[in-house]
Write a protein that binds this ligand. Structure first.
Ligand SMILES: Cc1ncc(COP(=O)(O)O)c(C=O)c1O
Length: 401
């Protein structure tokens, strides 16, 4: 055997090469750098509640440790937790579920990832309404599929319609992902449109992943509609993904779940059993307490978001050059900022965000991260005082242009 003199290399798979760490994270990394060096940045970036995990939930986590509930559990989650999730859905959406319809994992993100691995074959197309949450396209691509974007209209407040979806469907369409309320736009799909989409998916044998991570955060006259309402009728088509992260301010605990047909749940369980095994036993105990609790803390967070949103939307619309739809849900607004392109070196949402960071000391996420380059995402998971200070700084910096 001949010996080569070349150095070994890091040889990555095509799979990994097909996905990216979002380049737009550069703005947020720079914000962290500035904060670290003592600069006062108003941070509108976070995709997580600024509230503490409710005491009752944290207490259950502590008790789990004290009582030695610190060992492996069933890889798909404890029966108690899966049943509590099933029963929450039965109460909320009138759907009949058993333990076998539910899997708990390390965040909704893990279940979404595993769903792609279980459902998407090489070359399969998965339709994603755009603007979209950052991880959807890369998860589809990682599984070997092709993300296909269905552009939603700002005039329809970014709510996806069946017409948007049909316009990009082909014979290779294997699945559809609907996220309502939507991160980043806050769009909430109406029940009548969702029903039409569910029926379309079932008639074409297209799976529907319905991500309702922000289900509790819906405002004004809008109402959250869940695809799970029709699960009894279309159990092979509908898959719900949900999370404890946003509802209970539990982002760091890493606990999310999927609800689907038992055969699909078993497939997800198989993947999980060979990758992470169970989500943390401690987080599971905390999640169980949250689901069995009375949600009074969730209502307090909800009231705070209502108050912030009521102040923020008109305040942002009053900034010259900003145009913002009234988002029905989540805790983000998604204003259009294309007016500023061509000024002071601003050519896209990334350079706009950089301008705000350097000149206004305000961090926002560029819309390009979500497939919409004329927009930025502002999170109002931050106090009203900081929102007011941030908007004041933005107005001041833009007035110099
Ligand atoms: C739309 C959406 N889905 C899923 C997730 C995943 O949340 P987690 O993995 O914390 O449960 C997030 C988190 O930002 C999200 O915004």
């Amino acid at each position: 055997m001949s010996v080569t003199s070349t150095r070994p290399t890091i040889r990555l798979t095509g799979r990994v090469a097909s996905i990216e760490v979002s380049p737009t994270l550069a703005v947020l990394n720079r914000a962290q750098e500035l904060i670290g060096s003592g600069v006062d940045i108003v941070d509108f970036g976070p995709g997580e509640p600024d509230f503490r995990t409710p005491a009752l939930v944290s207490e259950a986590g502590k008790q789990a440790i004290d009582q030695g509930f610190t060992k492996y559990t069933n890889a798909s989650g404890t029966k108690a937790l899966r049943d509590a999730i099933a029963s929450r859905y039965a109460t909320r959406y009138g759907v009949k579920l058993t333990t076998e319809n539910v899997i708990a994992g390390n965040g909704g993100k893990q279940e979404l990832f595993n769903l792609m691995l279980a459902l998407v074959d090489e070359g399969d197309e998965v339709i994603i309404p755009s603007p979209y949450w950052v991880s959807f396209p890369d998860q589809v691509a990682f599984a070997g599929g092709k993300p296909v974007f269905a552009k939603t209209s700002v005039d329809n407040q970014f709510r996806p319609t069946l017409a948007d979806i049909e316009a990009v469907a082909t014979e290779k369409t294997r699945g559809l992902i609907i996220n309502s309320p939507c991160n980043p736009t806050g769009a909430v799909i109406a029940e009548s449109e969702l029903r039409r989409i569910v029926e379309w998916c079932a008639s074409r044998d297209v799976f529907l992943i319905f991500d309702e991570t922000y289900e509790f955060f819906v405002y004004g006259g809008a109402k959250h509609a869940s695809a799970m309402k029709w699960f009894d009728q279309y159990p092979e088509t509908i898959i719900a993904v949900n999370s404890m992260s946003k509802t209970y301010a539990m982002t760091g605990w890493r606990l999310g779940y999927a609800i689907a047909h038992p055969e699909l749940i078993a497939a997800l369980g198989k993947i999980q059993s060979h990758s992470t095994s169970n989500p943390s036993s401690i987080a599971q105990a905390a999640a169980l307490a949250a689901l069995r609790g009375d949600d009074s803390e969730v209502r307090k967070m909800y009231d705070a978001y209502c108050e912030r949103r009521a102040w923020l939307v008109p305040a942002v619309n009053a900034i010259d050059g900003f145009c913002c739809a009234d988002p029905d849900g989540a805790f983000y607004i998604f204003p259009e900022i294309g007016e500023f392109f061509g000024k002071a070196g601003i050519v896209d949402s990334q350079t706009f965000a950089t301008f705000l960071l350097e000149k206004a000391r305000v961090a926002v996420v560029p819309g390009s991260a979500f497939g919409a380059d004329e927009f930025i995402r502002i999170s109002y998971a931050t106090s009203l005082d900081r929102l007011k200070e941030g908007v004041r700084r933005i107005e001041e910096a833009l007035s110099t242009l």
